[in-house]
Design a protein around this ligand. Structure first.
Ligand code: SAM
Ligand code: SF4
Length: 329
């Protein structure tokens, strides 16, 4: 069992399998993003071994993320490998995706044990989609979402709340997710990576969305706990759950149960801090996992109390130097 100095049990890992992506969302990475050389990445076999070691250390939930995880070659092989542990320590294997490749992979993923996925979608407007992601792939994403729904996956839509961009679409997103019985989660934009733009100009506090929902629907607090940072309400009219991830306006670090592994084998004990442990050396130095486990145990003891995200009006904005695609969202 992995326990940090604040007595939080670490039972969840997010594993970024690539920093590459087929989109360039304006809040996530710059258009001319420089990606890592492919040779620097852990192989799929190494990623699987790492996941297995974390499962032996008590991790019960694994989320595969990126970059866009489904652009990595032969990625389904990794899902198949990890899913052998489902019911044997591992309780859930899941994925966060932009949906662009779902149409082709939904069935294989479902058969490999992926029953619930998060799909990031900030708008239902095709033109705005292109404006946000820089690619004209709205229809493709819709086909992917519907392919996943058809095969029986439970879908959660993640929408980053963006001032003056999708703030006029909140009720449309709620309606569409309600009609499709998707859970919808809104996320506050986080100051990850230099974007050449001020984050304050993108930032929309989720309290404003909650107030808008209260005006238009009957919503009640929902006790749902997914092991994630979202707090939920239930919307009676649409019979759906709506979540709020509020790293800026309401810190949720007290119940943090996760660490993040990058595609180059670095473990970040907190998304919002710079401290990390390099797992490549202990992974590659020996076929025996004892040293690797020891390194992980020790690093968990450095897990900080919380992030220091802040978005303010100061001239010089503070941000975490990594872009979100590097650590995995
Ligand atoms: N490409 C996949 C996707 O978009 O779902 C997975 C990786 S992406 C980095 C994971 C999540 O991080 C997405 O829901 C995305 O909207 C979110 N994200 C990216 N940059 C963010 C930022 N600066 N603040 C808040 N959320 C961000
Ligand atoms: Fe790619 Fe996801 Fe970042 Fe958008 S949020 S650029 S889809 S990694």
């Amino acid at each position: 069992m992995l326990i940090d100095p604040f007595k939080r049990k670490i039972s969840y890992i997010r594993v970024s399998v690539t920093d590459r992506c087929d989109f360039r969302c304006t809040y996530c990475m710059p258009q001319k993003m420089k990606f890592l050389p492919r040779d620097n990445l852990l192989s799929l076999e190494e990623l699987e071994r790492l996941c297995n070691v974390f499962i032996e250390l008590g991790v019960k939930k694994i989320r595969i993320t990126g970059g866009e995880p489904l652009v990595r070659k032969n990625i389904v092989q990794l899902f198949k490998g990890i899913s052998n542990n489902l019911g044997n320590g591992l309780e859930e294997l899941t994925l966060t995706t932009n949906g662009s490749q779902l149409e082709h992979h939904a069935e294989e993923l479902f058969n490999a044990g992926v029953k619930r996925i998060n799909v990031s979608l900030d708008t239902l407007d095709k033109n705005k989609f292109k404006l946000i992601t820089k690619f004209d792939n709205f229809d493709k994403v819709m086909r992917g979402i519907h392919a996943a729904k058809k095969i029986g996956m439970k879908i959660k839509i993640n929408a980053v709340a963006l001032k003056d961009i999708n703030d006029n679409e909140i009720l449309d997103l709620v309606k569409w997710c309600g009609e499709n019985q998707f859970t919808l989660t809104f996320i506050e934009v986080m100051p990850m990576g230099e974007m050449g733009k001020r984050r304050i100009d993108q930032f929309m506090p989720l309290l404003e969305i909650k107030k808008l929902l209260e005006k238009n629907y009957k919503i009640v607090d929902d006790p749902l706990k997914t092991g994630g940072p979202a707090s939920y309400v239930h919307c009676n009219e649409t019979d759906q759950k709506i979540g709020f991830i509020t790293p800026l306006t309401h810190n949720f670090c007290d119940s943090c149960n996760r660490v993040r592994i990058t595609c180059t084998g670095k473990m970040y004990m907190c998304l919002g801090q710079e401290d990390k442990e390099d797992l490549i050396k202990p992974l590659r130095d020996s076929d025996n996992n004892d040293l690797l486990k020891e390194v992980i145990y020790k690093a968990i003891l450095r897990k900080p109390k919380g992030h220091d995200f802040a978005i303010g009006r100061e001239k010089k904005e503070k941000f975490v130097p990594r872009h979100m695609n590097v650590t995995g969202g």
